[in-house]
Ligand binder design. Structure first.
Ligand code: ZN
Length: 515
């Protein structure tokens, strides 16, 4: 069985979970389920990033120890996952012993090759960013993120000889078009690599300044810089270097938001290269959710709470909206009006209506039992062909993380089926007593609806199974509904004659907007 490994970023625990986190998790879950639907052994890793200055400060503010603080906040992130129906396999924490050991092994390995050196260093340090800035990077002498004056710190530190691997990385990114995707981020990384602004990476903090971190194996007066520590979670969690899971799942793919492009696109591949490990296969980068075209923030009061959206509109409708509305990679606007618009148009009018009218016709004409049918006509074949091509597009686009386009291609099929109902007019065939033709039309509809329901499992897992149950199919919660999605493209098998289906369906009630 082919294996597939995907990671979310590990979330930094000094923040509260918000829509951006929910979106990343939902996308990750959809990708994992998609690969399970292709018959693969898919593994999803998520977790929390728990070291650094900011954690210590946040813990002090709460009047608890750093350890108590990270336990609390990490639990909050973990609790969010079942609420969003995220089918993850492991939750890693950078304060886990296994992770600490792996980071020390990794550091030692890179140190042994001569790619870590000790040097005198003076730099502009922003405590908010937990990093040094070069003179060039500052804007009017201020941190470009925080608009505060960084402290000039002069100290000895350890450096990773990243510069040695940058020419190699530039060639690698240039030669592998889908290593970083979508394309706009690949271009951004190439520009970064060509700018000549990148230098060696400072990877230590003296314990005199910070103790909440992983001790360097070759100098007990220093702890590891948070990014160097955090990135290694992607392999420590699958028991690198000797574990069976590492052998089975690495190299995998990463999913990140655009604000952490540089550590994932530059630091991480050069770290892997220096340690002699295979690179990841893809870095999938998404944009931001905006609210009225502004970034969500507490001070603007425009924060969308995923929990509230789920309670009001249902989890699957919310998941569908996030995947359908955002073109992966670009920013998208979140508004309740847009969400309600999608629920009413796509889910209620197009998809829900198709299920409700077909199932009630089957109840009326055939007592909710699938009739025998042999007589297929050109119109039915046209639907079967359209179905095959829509599914093929869906699989290809989904595999390229183009979820909005994948769903659009599936909806072309949904809308074509609604038109087919209108043009075949089963009610007229019933009146005319043309039972063979009526049976053929119902067969074509039900076979296609079944395939649509299967395709939707990664996006709307519960609804997909409910649709399949209405179609008399056996399902198991959280199990992929078919063994291989690709087989669904090549065969147009109908539902077995005499299967008993639900007499009616109301999957997505319309949402009335009171004016
Ligand atoms: Zn800053």
């Amino acid at each position: 069985m082919k294996s597939f490994f995907l990671t979310t970023p590990i979330y930094y625990v000094n923040a509260k979970p918000h829509l951006g986190h929910a979106y990343t998790n939902i996308v990750a879950d959809a990708i994992i389920r998609f690969h399970k639907l292709l018959g693969e052994d898919a593994f999803l890793l998520t977790g929390t990033d728990e070291h650094g200055d900011k954690i210590v400060q946040a813990a002090e503010k709460e009047g608890v120890s750093p350890k108590e603080f990270v336990d609390l906040v990490s639990a909050r992130f973990q609790e969010l996952l079942p609420q969003l129906n995220i089918d993850y396999d492991y939750f890693v924490r950078t304060t886990d012993e296994a992770h600490k050991n792996a980071v020390q092994d990794f550091l030692q390995k890179v140190h042994d090759t001569g790619d870590i050196y000790f040097a005198d260093f003076g730099g502009h340090y922003c405590y908010g960013c937990e990093r040094f800035y070069t003179e060039k990077e500052l804007e009017n002498g201020l941190c470009p993120q925080h608009r505060t004056k960084p402290d000039f710190i002069h100290e000895k530190n350890y450096f990773f000889r990243m510069s040695r691997y940058l020419p190699w990385l530039r060639e690698y990114v240039a030669a592998h078009p889908d290593f970083i995707r979508p394309e706009r981020y690949r271009k951004e990384v190439l520009a970064m690599l060509e700018s000549g602004d990148l230098e060696d990476l400072c990877i230590s903090r003296p314990k005199s300044r910070l103790t909440w971190g992983i001790e360097l194996p070759f100098d007990k007066d220093y702890v590891c810089y948070v990014w160097f520590d955090a990135l290694i979670n992607y392999i420590s969690a699958i028991s690198w270097p000797d574990g069976a899971q590492y052998a089975r799942y690495w190299p995998g793919e990463h999913l990140v938001a655009k604000d952490i492009l540089k550590p994932h696109a530059v630091f991480w591949p050069t770290m892997l290269k220096a340690a002699g490990l295979p690179l990841y296969q893809h870095l999938n980068v998404h944009g931001y959710w905006l609210s009225s075209a502004a970034k969500m923030s507490k001070s603007l009061g425009n924060i969308v709470e995923p929990g509230k959206m789920r309670e009001r509109f249902g989890l699957d409708a919310f998941r569908y909206f996030l995947l359908r509305e955002m073109h992966f990679g670009a920013d998208a606007n979140f508004s309740e009006d847009a969400l309600i618009g999608r629920i009413n148009a796509d889910l209620s009018n197009d998809l829900g209506n198709l299920f409700s009218r077909v199932l009630s016709m089957l109840a009326k004409y055939f007592g909710s039992r699938v009739p025998q049918s042999e007589q297929r006509e050109t119109d039915d074949d046209a639907i079967a062909e359209l179905c095959a091509s829509a599914l093929q597009n869906y699989v290809q686009l989904f595999g390229r993380v183009q979820f909005a386009q994948a769903l659009e291609s599936l909806w072309e099929l949904v809308r074509a089926l609604n038109k087919y109902v209108d043009s075949q007019a089963p009610w007229t065939l019933f009146k005319q007593g043309d039972t063979p033709r009526l049976a053929a039309v119902m067969h074509t509809l039900l076979a296609t609806m079944r395939k649509i329901a299967v395709c939707l499992w990664p996006v709307m897992p519960d609804t997909s199974l409910r649709m399949l149950e209405q179609l008399g199919q056996r399902t198991e919660k959280n199990e992929p509904p078919v063994a291989s999605l690709e087989m669904e493209i090549t065969s147009f098998e109908g539902l077995a004659a005499d299967t008993e289906l639900a007499p009616s369906s109301n999957l997505f009630p319309r949402i009335d907007v009171k004016k």
